[in-house]
Design a protein around this ligand. Structure first.
Ligand code: BES
Ligand code: ZN
Length: 447
């Protein structure tokens, strides 16, 4: 690992570019400016595009009509850092220990994005040219569902026309095991507000005569699942779920990761989920409903005899092909309205959403990408789907008619979105080489 590359990573990780936090808006913008500057110094043509949210950064080399056009996407925004007290070092003061660099965004996604950028920079410095027409597309809103990126793709469809997209923002099944991801779950988020009495009430004076929003929100949350089988009980939820293919279940069962590793990584006493499926099938190939937040009533020390005036519930659904986020949101709304106990009012706010994605891993570009992974890591890549979501990926297909190659560098214990997020420096170095091998492999595919 060159010290200069490490220094660059540290600089990039210092920006607290938290997209969901309006107070961080200036930092997100500064981070975009840093990227613009870096890309320009690398010799690319760069444009920074403001959006109603955070800026999009676009960069290109000199395009020639006889070459394939490859788009590389990444996001420079990060998730919030709380609970801050659980970090061993401040999240925006990168800390190196052994092979890992610890900072918010180190894996998701700045470290992986930067590996591409440095790979391209090095190739340009060595040979003044790339084997392909390249478009870098970096956004600052992935962690909030990319609300402005699909409109941006539509508006700039001509400039962004490409043969294929490549992204490093997914995982590797184990250290040293190159991993090609051919599917992502989609997502649909919604928030429920329950209102009961106009103010908190004395639970002795009024208890028994009015509905309690805290009880009701627990009932609503519990209504989402069949408790024994872990299945989602929303009517119609599974109607459009494409079944897993036999080869997928077989290939995943042979991976160096499974139920045992899932228990170790999560720290749970036992696994739990939809009956009849392995953990990997549950997270990669099956849809879910999750309670991400629930709140009501007194949370302080001791007891306080109160009927709270309101309660809230934050939900997200992970979706698989061929579910549609908007359909699922409508089904969830119907379910929640029917399940809402009497004596309360309920407001539902639809949040961000993105479609699931799946591509044939054996098409020509898929094979080229796997070849690049094999050259870089010296092993045959594992073929997997992922449970996480990158909302814009299906939009690349819908708007630009381009498939996406997902070549992730995140390790299972990278703690993305959690305290002590970290990125393997070995994978950072491998990512730089991967970029170079990938562009070669995709260019060879062109001829
Ligand atoms: N890099 C992740 C997506 C991911 C995580 C893919 C794990 C594969 C495995 C991405 O940055 C992310 O966290 N996406 C969010 C999207 C959401 C906030 C709209 C997610 O999946 O929660
Ligand atoms: Zn993320």
């Amino acid at each position: 690992m060159e010290q200069a590359d490490l220094d660059t990573l540290v600089e990039f990780l210092r920006f607290p570019s938290i997209s969901t936090d309006s107070a961080s808006r200036g930092h997100v913008n500064d981070c975009a400016d840093w990227l613009v500057d870096r890309l320009k110094r690398g010799g690319l043509d760069v444009e920074k595009h403001p959006t109603p949210g955070h800026p999009v950064v676009l960069a290109k080399n000199n395009h020639r009509p006889d070459r394939k056009t490859v788009m590389i996407y990444g996001h420079y925004d990060v998730q919030p850092v709380d609970p801050l007290e659980l970090w061993d070092h401040p999240p925006f003061e990168p800390h190196i220990e052994g092979d890992r660099i610890f900072a918010r965004g180190s894996t998701d996604n700045k470290g992986q994005l930067l590996a591409h950028l440095l790979g391209v920079e090095k190739t340009l410095a060595a040979s003044r040219d790339l084997p392909v027409n390249l478009i870098f597309l970096f956004e600052g809103e992935e962690e909030i569902g990319s609300p402005n990126l699909e409109p941006f793709l539509k508006e700039h469809a001509e400039t962004l026309a490409c043969d294929v997209v490549a992204i490093s923002d997914t995982g590797m099944v184990a250290p040293g095991v190159p991993t090609f991801t051919y599917g992502l779950r989609g997502i649909a988020c919604l928030e429920v507000a329950l209102k009961g009495p106009s103010t908190d009430l004395h639970s002795g004076i009024y208890g028994g005569a009015v509905a309690n929003p805290a009880t009701a929100v627990a009932q609503l949350a519990a209504s989402l699942h069949d408790r024994l089988a872990g299945r989602v009980r929303i009517e119609g939820f599974y109607d459009r779920v494409a079944p897993l293919e036999d080869w997928e279940s077989e290939a995943w069962a042979a991976l160096p990761m499974g139920d045992k590793e899932m228990v170790e990584l999560t720290g749970v006493p036992t696994l739990y989920g939809e009956e009849g499926y392995s953990s990997l099938e549950r997270v990669w190939g099956r849809p879910t409903a999750e309670v991400n937040g629930i709140g009501a009533g007194y949370q302080g020390e001791g007891s306080k005899t109160v009927i709270p005036a309101e309660a809230m519930l934050k939900l997200s659904f992970r979706l698989v092909p061929d579910q549609d986020p908007k359909d699922v949101m409508a089904l969830a709304q119907q379910h929640l309205e029917a399940a809402c106990p009497a004596g309360l009012t309920m407001e539902i706010e639809m949040g961000h959403h993105g479609k699931p994605y799946k591509v044939d891993p054996h098409n020509a570009f898929g094979k080229a990408a796997q070849h690049a992974l094999e050259t870089t890591f010296g092993k045959t890549p594992a073929l997997i789907r992922e449970g996480g979501s990158i909302p814009i990926v299906q939009s690349f297909k819908d708007v630009l008619a381009a498939d996406t190659l997902l070549l992730g560098l995140a390790l299972p214990d990278c703690r993305a979105h959690a305290p002590n997020e970290n990125f393997s420096l070995e994978n950072f170095a491998a990512g730089i080489r991967l970029n170079q091998n990938l562009l070669e492999a995709l260019a060879a595919e062109a001829s």
